[in-house]
Design a protein around this ligand. Structure first.
Ligand code: GTP
Ligand code: MN
Ligand code: MN
Ligand code: MN
Ligand code: MN
Ligand code: MN
Length: 196
């Protein structure tokens, strides 16, 4: 993975024109479902399988013609998730953190998270196959398993062994903790189990 460091909120415009800006979002919804009738799903958390075989979040580069960071991010969501993305319009209030990559390209990225109702999220998932970039930049949406199975590895630990783009894995872990989608001790346990 390329070296990525955290940046101050709003970093980007003041970092100079050599930095391309990007925005990505974690979409989530509470879920009452139980896997096999016994393992609570707790929350649906969406990531995407990208064209390059890595997991990442929906979003992308902010273009010069985008009026603002959030406008660019919402344009990317429409391209990658389809028209249903209008149900999850991301605003400044959904901001979580920023990151900077120096190589191979200079990028400053902004990470957001937004909670949807389960109905809205499922509608978005259903419509995503009609998105402009479906099958091109985006190979499909995936839900992140937030549980660990009895073998101590299946579920989140195994999921964390996938390849992630940039700092997407760190962003996932940060958001799961700070949004309270998983208890901190369970999160740390899953990270340890994924490293064994
Ligand atoms: P193009 O239209 O092909 O340029 O793609 P895009 O605009 O959708 O851009 P993309 O989503 O690939 O994001 C731009 C850059 O940000 C990527 O080249 C990665 O380096 C990085 N990136 C992509 N997804 C994530 C993510 O979820 N987290 C982090 N930290 N970085 C990401
Ligand atoms: Mn079955
Ligand atoms: Mn895109
Ligand atoms: Mn993208
Ligand atoms: Mn793009
Ligand atoms: Mn594109």
């Amino acid at each position: 993975m390329a070296a990525v460091r955290k940046a101050a909120p709003g970093a980007g415009s003041e970092m100079g024109p050599e930095y391309k800006r990007a925005g990505h979002v974690l979409l989530h919804a509470p879920s009452p479902s139980k896997l096999f009738g016994r393992v609570p799903i707790r929350h649906v958390v969406l990531m995407q399988m990208r064209f390059d075989g890595c997991l990442g979040f929906p979003g992308g580069f902010i273009d010069a013609k985008d009026g603002s960071l959030e406008e660019g991010l919402n344009r990317e969501l429409a391209e990658e998730l389809g028209p249903g993305a209008s149900a999850c319009y991301v605003t400044e209030n959904d901001f979580i953190s920023s990151w900077v990559m120096e190589s191979p390209r200079k990028i400053v990225g902004h990470f957001y998270a937004k909670r949807l109702s389960l109905g809205d999220l499922e509608q978005l998932e259903g419509g995503a196959v009609h998105a402009k970039d479906h099958g091109l930049e985006v190979m499909g949406l995936v839900r992140v398993p937030l549980y660990t199975l009895r073998d101590g590895f299946g579920g989140l630990p195994a999921f964390l062994c996938n390849n992630f783009i940039g700092s997407a894995k760190e962003q996932l872990l940060e958001a799961l903790g700070c949004l309270g989608l998983m208890p901190q001790n369970k999160l740390e346990e899953a990270v340890r189990a994924s490293q064994k």
